[in-house]
Design a protein around this ligand. Structure first.
Ligand SMILES: [Zn+2]
Length: 90
């Protein structure tokens, strides 16, 4: 049996380490700009806990991590996406 080694990443908000698949990935793609869960380039990860995504400084933290300006339109998409995860029971 092949053992799957989890890829660990740090949440930009709480700084805790999580399995890659439990995090939402935000990438500044070279060609397509800011993307969720896909794309190639500088990436930031955030865990799906309400405490982290509802942090008032999360937008600033994301912008700092990605070294880019985030459009309000993107923040809206991002918030919708991350709150949808919390509809699932853990
Ligand atoms: Zn977190």
């Amino acid at each position: 049996m092949i053992q799957q080694i989890p890829v660990l990443r740090v949440c930009i908000s709480c700084r805790k380490t999580y399995d890659r698949k439990d995090l939402l990935k935000i990438t500044k793609d070279h060609k397509q700009g800011i993307m969720l869960q896909k794309g190639m380039g500088r990436s930031a990860y955030i865990c799906k806990s309400k405490k982290c995504y509802s942090d008032s400084k999360i937008k600033k933290k994301l912008q700092k991590a990605l070294k880019t300006f985030l459009e309000p339109e993107f923040i809206e998409v991002f918030e919708k996406e991350i709150t949808s995860y919390n509809n699932y029971p853990h």
